[in-house]
Design a binder for this molecule. Sequence first.
Ligand code: FES
Ligand code: FES
Length: 169
Amino acid sequence: MSDVTITLTVNGRAHTVTTATHKTLLYLLRDDLHLYGAKDGCREGECGACTVLLDGQAVNACLVLAGQADGRAVITIEGLATDGRLHPLQRTFVQAGAVQCGFCTPGLILSAVALLAQHPRPDDAQIRHALTGNLCRCTGYTQIIEAVKQAAADMAAEAATEVATEVGT
Ligand code: FES
Ligand code: FES
């Protein structure tokens, strides 16, 4: 088996990794970078448990070869909290009871991050559509939809507060 050397940014940190040509981004993250947030549920693009952001787009890391991530920026669930503060989606998933076993949670949250970047105030249909590829066996999805809506509201409120603070200074 041949190897490939790639340079990529993961959660804001640059890495140069030499790894097997056939390895997927999912296993580059898990084996080489020891980031276990992206989960291996099916390895065939069906469950969404391995979802990460690749240059801001939600992708199934099990379907991306490590070499395809060369020169690109990856965000995993480990990279969402800033300065010890959970991302609003991480907070609302906990508050809404949208996490049970948690296996699906990193993927769902990253799909929701991509959605909110494009549609800051999504309606239920847009949320359902964005999360179609993320399966959850535990929660029944209702709390997940509520968590995304609450995070959107919280993020809008935070943005409004920041604008008001800037205008006031
Ligand atoms: Fe990638 Fe299931 S492990 S979609
Ligand atoms: Fe268990 Fe979603 S919380 S699969």
